[in-house]
Each structure stands twice: as C-alpha cells, then as structure tokens.
Design a protein. Structure first.
Lengths: 852, 296, 195
C-alpha cells in the first residue's frame, strides 16, 4: 500500500501512530513491509491456505464474534443433504463434471432452498446476476439451528471444510512458520469484536489468480466471523490501481454487464423477452426485487420514445452474449482472423496484457486498430518497434493493420468524473483546452456514433433499430463541439420522462416507462439538478464522525460511504460500542441515524420481523438483517449460489506451479479454471521441475502500469530507469547471478532479460523439507517511451478465474539464469498457426476449457 | 533551550514578522516514495538528471543531491543479519539445505536536502554575494548573481551544493523562498504523503521533533535521535541545522557526516583573501582583455 | 524573529571577528542588504493570482484532489488540493509529476495514421480520420454480424470489432462507449478491470 498507493498509506500511518498494528503479507519485502509492524513473507498464490488457516484458527479457538455471527451471517442455516465437500471428494465439490470441467451447483443450495432460474447452468465466466447474488433463490423454507451444532449448518460445514488448514499445513503450503502465523492470528483476534475492528486491504495480489474471486471470498468469510463487515475501521478494502477502474465496472465497459451490475442478456432459451430476463435477474426478496425498475429505466434512457411497453422497451434488440467475450478470447479471435478491428482507449495490451507477445501478434492480424492516448504507446507502434519486428519474425512491410493513433485529452483538459476505490465519484473541472487535435473520449464517441447514426438513417433493417433509436442528442458546446458531460450525468442519474426533471434517487425509478435512468446505482448523483460529485465541502474532520466528509463529492449508492452499515449496530440497533459508533436506531425519532447515510430502510425498526410466509421484496428482510442485497438478509460464510467454482474457498495451486497441492493430491489447480490450451499459449505441467522458481509481478511507486503514463515522464523515468528482477542471494549464488548484472527469466512463452537486484528482502521459503525461491518482477517496461526494457507480461500464460476471467499473473513458474537473452523474447511463439477459424463463426476461444 | 540563529548582520533581507523557518524530516515515517523529489523538480522546474540502474543502490537510481535534484531520497538497505525483528528467520534447516539464515533487518528511507546551516560554509565562501541569508534565515543561492566560481561546493560539509552542468552555476534548495514569500509551504513538505517532511517556524519544529523523539523512546524505539537540532550550545552541527532530521541509525548510515565543520569556518581570513584575490585577478584579466581588444 | 545577540554556536573566533564594527561588515561582505538581487527581492510564488481549477489525480484509485494553476490557458502548476479530505494537499511522486504527464515529451497533437504495410506514420486531418474510422467500424459491424450463433441461438450482435480500455476514462465516457457500441450490436467491450 505504501508502494502502490502512497497517499492511501497516509491514513495507515496515522492509524499506526494511534496504536494500530500493521501487518504486511507479501512475497516480497516492499516499502510497505518496511513500514509495517510485521512482515509475513508468503509463497505467491497461496493466500487461500493462509486465510483458510486463520478461519480454522478463529473457529477452533472460538474467537469469532458470536453475536454478530449468529445474527448477521448464514452460520445457522442448514445446507442441502446432497452437498459434498472437497474434504469428502478429494478436492472437488459435489456436482463436478470432469468432462466439461464445470460444476452443477444445485447440490450447494440451502436445505429447502432453490435457485429458480439458473439451476443446472453450466457456463463459464458469463458473470450473471443470478449467479453472483443468489437472485432467483426461493428461500421460503430455510432451516436454521441457532446452537450452530447441526452437522449440516453452515458453521459446521465451514469448520469441517477448513479442519486441515492447520498452522502446520499453512507452513507446508505458504512457507509461513507457525510462530509467525500465530502472531498474525493473535493480532487479528485481539483487534476484532465490539470495541475494535480490523481491516483487510488487498490489491491485485489477491485478485489476479485463477482462484481470484475465492481469494476475496476467503477474506470476507474471515471478516464476517470476526464481525468486521459494515463497521468503521473494518471491511475488506480493495485498493484499485486505476483512477476510475471502479467507475469502469459500475458503468461497465465489460462484456457481461450492463450499467449498475445488471447482466447482459444471454443467448439462451427463457431469456429472450424482457419478462424472462427480469425473471432471471430479479428476485422476490431483498433489494434486488427492484430489478425490473432498473432495466426498464435503462432501456428508456437508451432508446427514449422508441422504447415502449408494447415493444418490451427495445429489450429484444440488445445484443446477446453466449460464451466468453472477455479481452483474452477476443484477442485470440484476432489471432485466428475473426476480428476486423479494435479500439484501444488509454489501454496498452502490447505491454499490459498477459502473454503480451501473443497480444502483439494479434494486433498485427487486425484489419484496423484505433489507439487513443497521450503519446505513442507500444500498442500503436508494434508494426515498427515490437520485438517481433526487430527480430525479423514479422516484417513491417507485410503487416496489414491500418493504425489510427488519435491524440487524447488529459485529465485537466476535459471535464468529467473518476470513481475512486471507495466508490467516491469526484468531478474534475476543465482547466485548459487540449492541444491541437487532442480530444476527449467523450468527444470521440459522441462524434463517431453521430456519424454512424447518419450512415444508417432511414434503414428499415431490424438490426439497425438500436442505432436509429439510441438517444444521442447531447448538447454541444465550444468551438470543439464537445458534448456536455453534465447532460450525460443527468441521464445517468435518471429523470422523469414526461417533465425531464432529475429523479432524487433510485427509489423513485419506475418499471412502467415513466422514468429513464442510465445507471441505477448512480441515481442521486444529479439530485436537485446539482452535480453532487462536484461538491467540495470537507466539513470538520475533527467532529465526531466528521472524517466521513459526507459533503465531499458523492458515493454510490445514495452517498453511502460504508456499505451494509446497519451492521455497525447490534441486533437491537444500538452501537456495538461507543468507540465504534457509526449508524444506529434512534427510538425517539423512529429512524436510523448516524454519521453516514444508513444503508437500510431508514424507518425499518430493529424489531421488525418478516411475515411468517417469508414476505416479498424488502418486507422479507427483518430489522436485524443488515445485508439487504442478499435474499436472506445476512452475510454469507457459505455461498449456496453465485460462484462457479465452489461454495467455499478451497486452496488450489496456481495454474503453473512448481509445487504440488499439499491439500488435495492430484487436484493441483482450480479444477474449473479457464484454460486456452493452444500452441501459442502453452502451459507448463503442474509440479514442474523445468521451472522451479516462483515468480510474481508487482508495481513500483515511481512507475504506473504498462509505463504509458510514467516512462515518458523524465521526472519519473529517472527514478526507476530499468527493468529489473528481485531475487534472493541464495538463488543468485546458485545461478551465478550478480547484483546489478543481467539475468534471464524463462517460461514456456518467453525469455526476457532484466537487471538483477539481489536482495535479502526476497526470502527463500521453507515448505517442510523443500525450499522454494521466489522472484519479483515489475511490469512497467516496454519498447516505446522515455526508458525501455523487456516486458514481464511476455512471460505469463492466458488463464482465467471461472467467475470473472481474471488471470494467474501474480504467481507463475519460471526459471532464471545469469546473462542476457540471445533471441527475441517471445521467439517460442513464432510460427504459430494462424487463421484456423472462420471469421463468421463463434470461436472456441469463447468457450475455454472445452477445447483442449 | 536556546534556538540557534544566524548573525543578524548576515541577514540580507528584512521583513517585519519574518522568523526562522525550517524543515524537520522524520525518517521513521518516510515511505521512500520520492514524492518530495518530484514535487521539488516540478515546482522549481528542474530537469531530470537522467539515471542508470545502480548496482547495490536499492531503489535509489539518482544517487545524490545535485544541481537539479534538491531533494533526494536515500535508501539504506541493511544487508547484515542483525537488525529489526520485522522478518522471521526460517526455522533451522534439517537435511541438505545449508544456506545461512539472513534477516534483512530494516530498510530505511531518508529524504535529504540542503541543511540551511546556522553557520553556512557555502555562504561564507561565496565571493560574489550570490548566496544570501534570507529573512527566514534560510540560505538561498541567487542564480542571477552566481558567477560559477564553485567555492561554495567544497565549503559545504554535507556535499549539498553542486554546479549545473549546463550553465556552470551553483544550485541548491532554496527552501522554496519564492513560495514562502507568498505564504505557501515548500513543495516537498506539502507533497509528502506521510508528513515525514514537516515545515514550520524553527522553534516550533524543534519542539515538535523533541516530543517525537520522546514518544518514540516511550514506544521502545530507543535509537531515535535528532540530527542537527537540540544539541547543547557549542556542540551543534554547523551551528544548528535549519533542516534537521530524526534518525534511528548512526548518521554515516544515511551518508551524513557525524561532524560538520566547513573548512571555511576554520579558515575564514584566507578564504576571504582568496575570494578577494580572485576578484582582483578577474578584474585584472578583464582590464587586460579590454586593453588587448582596444589595441586590435 | 531572531533575537539580537543569539548567534548560537558560531566558532568563537569567527563570532568575535564579526562583532568588530568595521571588520564585521567586511566579514559579511556580499551578504548585507545590498546583496539581495532584484530578482530575489521580487521573488514570489509563480502561481500567485493565477486561475485555479480543482481536479483529481489520474493515476491510482485513491482519488487525490489536485489544484491546477493556469495562465492564459497555459498549464503552470499542479499540486495537491489541501481541502481534499483524502490527500489534504499531499501527492505521491506520480501525482506530483502529473504536469509532466500533460506536457510530456512527444505529446500527440495530431492524428497519426499508418496505412497497411506502411513503414512510416503520416499525419491525418482529424475530421478525415473520424470519417475513416466511422466507416471502418460500420464495415466491421456488418462483416461480423450474427443474427444467430453457431448453436442456433438468437444473438443480434456483431463480433467484427472490439473495444478495450476505460479504467482511466471518465465514467461519463465509459457510459457513451457502452451505450454507443451496444447500440451497434458489439459485445466485445472490455477494460482493465479483469486484466
């Protein structure tokens, strides 16, 4: 955090001054470790074993927050009799189909529960609404055992699942000695409960794994057990790495989502009409019962007057997804000749995407490419400068790709908002005009689609209906004809169709076509016709709760700064402790009050109980159930639905690892991980001896992502001028690598060279009798810009977590040697077969796993 | 305690209400991010020096303070087995592995800067009046006066002053004299994410720093001490540093001298004479050149 | 204020020398009031009186507030916003360097176009480039259009072109990307979130 989010660390340092203990768990000893009270070196990619060990510890020592766990989690709920655990089946859960490497999740349900719409769905990474929130779940007859003794209650299931995650096993898997493990456990337990809370902060070191989603789930389970969710100072805090990567998910440039985490329509039976779509995404109970209002309002925002009840508001015209259309399969489609064009806006796949050598070959196989950036980036100059061109594998004169490099406006040359890592939407005023022909993306999209609309004007083709009818009448201003960003904010906020008046929030949205709203979770951002994200009143930070600064910018949803904050009060609505007071029930006022906007129906009494028949909508959520987005109102220690790779996190090795799975012999990596087994994406076998060193990638304070925003800045470039690798002195001695000298890092995809930084900050780890060495690689260098160097991502294989298609890039197997490389980095990929797919067909890349 | 001050006669600029200002750099809260280094270059429009990968330099690739680097973050990567308890040792080996159990100990960061000494050797050595003492008792180098003679460079016991490769003039931190004139805090102190660099009236800073040392001692960090402030009269480094530091290891570990007397202070008269002599020589030279030119 | 006579620990000989009436001035020669140059006397923050705009740092997702100073439309300085409760005026090295991001060497101001098989860039008029790109996107849409997929399911989409990017684009921009390209039937719309 000190390394990659230095200003975020400002607050950690302040907490530390006030007595907080800071623990840093990381394969490398970084600048964050130097500031921490305790650094815990861990083998990259083994965090589920470590967190699982902590879950085991908390349960075995009965140090969980019992009252919180009983009331606010599903610990007491009974699980179906059909469910079988990985402990019963040797590493897989019940429902596993080895033929397709997918799960039938139906046996994971609660006893008496059922998933209405998506039962038996076997599908990869088409992250859909019902599959990650338990929507459609009918939980009318759930059984609970408040003594937590029933062998099938979630608590006991969890306890059994983690029974072998002992401190000894943690040492065997992670390389963390038991005495250190106990130090961490003691600190966490001591700092959790009524009076204290502990936070888990993570970044892509947790997510970029083929078990990435389960990694976060493990953190959530631990925090629920310790009572650290929905309370100040608690939580699992995502430290996102781009200015508005949160905003780019909320208003998604993601293939499987519509704005506000509604799912993209899927090409399958029973989902082709609006009613069926709502049935697949809506839910009877909890907040998602409003699903229909959100999708209808979205369609009204997009298609305006053309969207009517009679035509399902144009729903049937939306494109539908079938397989996996994420970035990786799309680039494989380009390799195979099925993608004509690509638009990269502020993105640099030639350096920043995994198996980057494959990415560059994909770019060379496009008909056209549009790159929008501030300066020449590798993805725009691959035809001239890429290692493949330099080596002669590709010839510039033979690369057909037509490239448009468009000058972009910088953050101070346009107005608009970033959504930061805590969901805080902050507006930027424009300070100056962009230079020359540089323009904002807003300008580019607005004028591009304007041209497209003109082209199709008057077309009778049904497929052109959305283009003809998409609302695109944004006011222009200035000589540059910039579209009004504020008009877009208003559309996203939502308005009454008849009057055009902005709605005050998503509670006012209707399913009858009388309201339009571009993204329901952002509704309220233009309440009262005022851009709430432009508010800049920090308030008195020293007043009680003043640090919440509710009038500084605006957070979704409804300006709530802390989600599920009803959990900051006990079941009766009183603060768990004075120290941790945040949101509480005020009996005199008959409402929830506090420092933040309550994440709860403001007048729902703590003693309200759902009707005996279970109730409908928010009526089904009792007054002591804080987790209103879940159908059963509680936090999930066990996920009866939603995840494609198991109801509880289970330790698997990374998809490429020199170590065999010590917990489940023979099931080395996530059995339902996504793989694209093809010659240009070769995998190494589990337990590899050819590649015995564990590698991880990381960011430096002085550089940013692929370097496109930092390597060209002399003030930053001089601070970290060259690509390097950190390794421990023992490994260096074994391989004859000298500090400051050159070394080569090899995987089946590539061999890259880097300067060696030999340091005891990297530590060999002892896994029982075995010692494992780790190296760490920053990934900021490429072949364009002020300072250049080899590309760490050339080394990494394409893979995917089954839920969201995030790859294993934070842990992979490699080998190292002294010296410099003798050929182009990705020479092993040269000469791969191209063009074996007909462009007008779905490509196997979109159905990973099924095609070895 | 008495706070050291520069000689009133040395102060070139007088403004009512001006008081001694300084930097307190607390290395225990420095995260080594180098924001100060960049913020300084940004404000003062200093070019990048360019750099190469430095062997054994930890994450420091710019090396030292220079004419274009007025804040510099030093990385002290302890490679000895002794040191802090922050990393566990691997349990004793059983079997074939026989590598030694090293412990990285600690990784220290320190943002170095011109010390704005009470007894400033550079200022004493400057023959042109380019170096002046301001109303904030800071030492500022006036580029429009400096003739690039370089006498100040060896006179600095900390090796702070450097000559610009392009124009030959000396350059160093001004403690953002221009910002101070408009009531703004120096760029580095403002940017510092963890307030490792603090700026303020000197007396307040020293007081705050001493309380900080006490607090660290209470927390068990008994090695914390102030470098350049709070010393007994007569024992102060260069008369007391306007920019002083809180350190936890010996000064040499951070590349700081344990003693800091400028050669000029030991030897004022010859230095003055040398300066005057240089001026006379230059004048003679100019006269000769003019005479020569006229003759042609 | 310096208290008269408190000269700290100047070496005694030096201090004594300085105390002498005439030689004292000589010792400080070049250091008296006359030594401050015109430039020094006029010193002041170059941002005084400039136009101030509030912005947000474009690097990581902490969301530090920035203050942008401009003179006649020229960028002069970017600093941390002291009012922001997030960063309270501070910035990391990247944030501190963000003026150089805007004014970086090689900053593009014209469209660069590389024709198929060409070995060099050529400059292109912006409007011409926009027309060409619109045509490419339209052609790709048509070329990759599917009413049904190979399973026979109705899909109403194009796989002819794709979009990648967005994590440093404004949410308003992402909205237009998603809305505009979805209306064209594109589904391969992605950003950094899962890379």
């Amino acid at each position: 955090m000190a390394e990659a989010h230095p200003v975020g660390f400002r607050w950690v340092a302040k907490a530390q001054e006030r007595g907080a203990t800071v623990i840093h768990v990381d394969p490398r000893y970084s600048r964050t470790s130097a500031m921490a009270d305790l650094h815990v070196p861990i083998r990259a990619g083994t965090d589920i074993a470590f967190i699982g060990g902590l879950i085991h510890h908390v349960i075995e020592t009965e140090s969980y927050f019992r009252e919180y766990v009983l009331h606010y989690t599903n610990a007491a709920t009974l699980v179906s009799e059909e469910f079988q655990d990985t402990e019963d089946l040797g590493g897989v859960f019940s429902g596993f189909d080895p033929g397709t490497r997918t799960y039938d999740q139906s046996s994971w349900m609660y006893d008496g529960g059922d998933i209405a719409a998506s039962a038996g769905t076997r599908e990869h990474a088409t992250m859909a609404f019902d599959e990650h929130t338990g929507a459609g779940m009918d939980e009318g007859a759930l059984k609970r055992d408040l003594t937590l003794q029933h062998p099938r209650c979630v608590f006991q299931v969890l306890k059994r699942h983690y029974s072998r995650y002992t401190p000894e096993m943690v040492e065997q898997v992670c390389g963390i000695p038991p005495h250190l493990f106990h130090q961490v456990a003691d600190v966490l337990v001591r700092n959790s409960g009524r009076e204290k809370t502990a936070a888990l902060c993570y970044a892509v070191g947790w997510t970029q794994h083929t078990t990435g989603v389960q990694m976060i789930r493990a953190g959530a389970i631990l925090q629920l057990l310790l009572g650290n969710i929905g309370r100040p100072g608690g939580g699992i805090v995502a430290l996102r790495g781009h200015a508005t990567i949160q905003g780019a998910s909320d208003i998604p440039t993601l293939y499987d989502l519509l704005p506000g985490y509604l799912h993209m329509p899927r090409a399958r039976e029973g989902e082709l009409t609006l009613k069926e779509y709502i049935g697949s995404g809506g839910v009877d109970r909890g907040w998602w019962s409003h699903f229909d209002q959100y999708i209808v309002s979205l369609l009204k925002a997009w298609f305006g007057d053309a969207a009517t009840a009679g035509n399902d508001y144009g729903f049937a015209h939306l494109p539908k997804i079938s397989g996996n259309h994420a970035h990786f399969p799309t680039m494989l489609r380009a390799i195979d000749g099925g993608l004509d064009g690509l638009l990269c806006m502020g993105q640099n796949p030639a350096v920043g995407s995994q198996n980057a050598g494959l990415m560059r070959r994909a770019l060379a196989n496009l008909k056209w490419l549009v790159v929008r950036d501030l300066a020449e980036v590798e993805s725009a100059t691959f035809w001239r400068d890429s290692p493949e061109v330099v080596s002669g594998e590709l010839r510039t004169e033979e690369i057909e790709t037509e490239v448009f490099l468009m000058p972009a406006a910088s953050h101070v040359e346009k107005e608009g908002s970033f959504t930061n890592t805590q969901r805080l939407v902050q507006w930027r005023d424009k300070a100056l005009d962009p230079p020359g022909d540089a323009r904002s993306e807003l300008w580019f999209l607005y004028h591009l689609i304007r041209r497209v609309k003109e082209h199709y004007a008057g077309s009778p083709e049904p497929r052109d209906w959305p283009i003809l009818n998409v609302t695109w009448d944004y006011p222009e201003h200035g000589e540059l004809r910039e579209p009004s960003a504020e008009a877009i904010v208003k559309e996203i906020n939502g308005y009454e169709v008849e009057t055009g008046a902005p709605v005050p929030g998503f509670a006012e949205l209707k399913a009858d076509g009388s309201t339009a709203c571009g993204c329901w979770i952002y509704s309220g951002i233009y309440a009262d016709g005022v851009n709430q994200a432009r508010r800049r009143e920090p308030g008195d930070l020293d007043a009680p709760g003043g640090w919440v600064s509710p009038e500084w910018a605006w957070a979704w949803p409804a300006n709530r700064r802390l989600l599920y904050n009803r959990a900051s009060a006990d079941p009766d609505g009183r603060p768990w402790s004075e120290r941790k007071r945040y949101v509480w029930w005020d009996e005199a006022q008959g409402r929830w009050v506090g420092y933040d906007v309550p994440d709860y129906p403001v007048d729902k009494r703590p003693d309200y109980r759902a009707p005996p028949d279970g109730g409908r909508g928010m009526d089904a959520i009792s007054g002591d159930q804080p987790f209103i987005m879940m159908g059963d109102g509680v936090g999930w220690l066990y996920s009866p639905s939603g995840l494609l790779d198991g109801p509880m996190p289970t330790f698997y090795e990374p998809i490429e690892s020199p170590v065999a799975n010590a917990l489940y012999s023979g099931v080395d990596f996530n059995p339902v991980a996504l793989r694209w087994d093809r010659p240009d994406n070769p995998y190494e076998e589990p337990g590899t001896e050819r590649y015995p060193v564990v590698a991880t990638t990381f960011r430096l304070t002085e550089q940013h992502t692929s370097g496109a925003m930092s390597r060209n800045l002399p003030w930053l470039a001089e601070l970290q001028p060259e690509m390097f690798a950190e390794l421990d002195p023992d490994l260096a001695a074994q391989r004859g690598i000298e500090d400051g000298g050159w070394m080569v890092i090899a995987t089946p995809r590539a061999e890259i060279e880097a300067r060696a930084k030999v340091t005891v900050r990297m530590r060999p780890l002892r896994l029982g009798e075995r010692v494992v060495h780790q190296i760490a690689l920053p990934w900021h260098w490429g072949y364009a810009g002020g300072v250049v160097g080899d590309i760490a991502n050339d080394l990494i294989v394409l893979s995917g977590d089954p839920n969201v298609t995030i790859e294993d890039s934070k842990s992979f197997a490699c080998d190292v040697r002294a010296g410099r490389r003798e050929r182009a980095p990705t020479a092993p990929l040269a000469g791969m077969p191209h063009g074996h797919c007909a462009p007008d067909q779905d490509h196997p890349a979109e159905e990973p796993n099924l095609h070895p | 305690m008495s706070i050291p001050h520069a000689a009133p006669t040395e102060i070139a600029i007088h403004r009512p209400g001006a008081q001694r200002m300084g930097f307190f750099t607390d290395t225990t809260t420095c995260i080594g991010c180098k924001a100060c280094e960049v913020a300084c270059k940004q404000w003062n429009d200093l070019p990048a020096d360019g750099s190469v990968f430095r062997k054994g330099g930890s994450y420091d690739h710019t090396g030292s303070l220079s004419a274009n680097t007025w804040r510099h973050v030093r990385f002290v990567e302890t490679l000895q087995p002794e040191g802090g308890p922050t990393l566990p040792s691997i349990p004793p080996t059983q079997g074939q592995h026989d590598w030694d159990l090293r412990d990285p100990g600690s990784w220290l960061f320190m943002s170095d800067v011109c010390k704005h000494c009470t007894n400033a050797g550079c200022l004493d050595a400057c023959p042109t009046g380019a170096l002046i003492r301001t109303e904030f008792e800071t030492v500022v180098l006036q580029p429009d006066i400096c003739n690039g003679c370089g006498y100040c460079i060896p006179s600095c016991p900390f090796g702070v002053v450097d000559r610009d490769h392009d124009d030959g003039r000396a350059a160093k931190c001004t403690l953002c004299y221009d910002r101070l004139e408009d009531g703004l805090e120096p760029a580095c102190a403002k940017a510092c994410p963890t307030d490792s660099i603090q700026f303020g009236p000197y007396e307040e800073l020293v007081d705050r720093a001493q309380r900080r040392v006490t607090r660290l001692h209470e927390k068990g960090r008994s090695s914390a001490y102030l470098y350049g402030a709070g010393d007994a009269p007569g024992e102060e480094l260069a008369g007391g540093l306007g920019a002083f530091f809180l350190l936890t290891e010996a000064p040499e570990r951070y590349g700081l001298p344990a003693q800091a007397q400028s050669p000029e202070q030991e030897n004022l008269v010859p230095a003055t004479l040398a300066g005057v002599g240089a001026g006379i020589l230059a004048a003679v030279g100019v006269a000769a050149a003019m005479a020569f030119g006229r003759r042609r | 204020m310096p208290s008269p006579g408190s000269r700290g620990s100047r070496p005694r000989s030096f201090a004594a020398l300085r105390d002498l009436p005439l030689i004292g001035r000589v010792a400080d020669w070049g250091m008296g009031p006359s030594s401050a140059s015109r430039r020094t006397r006029r010193a002041g923050a170059r941002i005084a009186g400039l136009k101030v705009t509030e912005s947000i740092c474009p690097f990581c997702a902490v969301g530090c507030g920035q203050v942008v100073y401009t003179r006649d439309g020229e960028l002069v300085d970017i600093e941390g916003n002291p009012r922001s409760p997030i960063n309270q005026g501070t910035l990391c090295p990247k944030g501190s360097a963000s003026r150089q991001l805007v004014q970086q060497p090689g900053r593009l101001t014209k469209v660069r176009y590389r024709a198929p098989r060409a070995t060099e860039w050529q400059e292109l008029d912006l409007e011409v480039a926009m027309d060409m790109i619109a045509q490419r996107v339209i052609d790709a849409r048509e070329h990759g259009w599917q009413d049904i997929d190979h399973h026979g399911h109705r899909v109403d989409r194009t796989l002819g072109f794709a979009h990648l990017g967005g994590a440093t684009l404004d949410y308003e921009e992402n909205y237009l990307i998603k809305k505009g390209f979805t209306a064209m039937g594109a589904v391969q719309i992605e950003n950094q979130a899962r890379i």
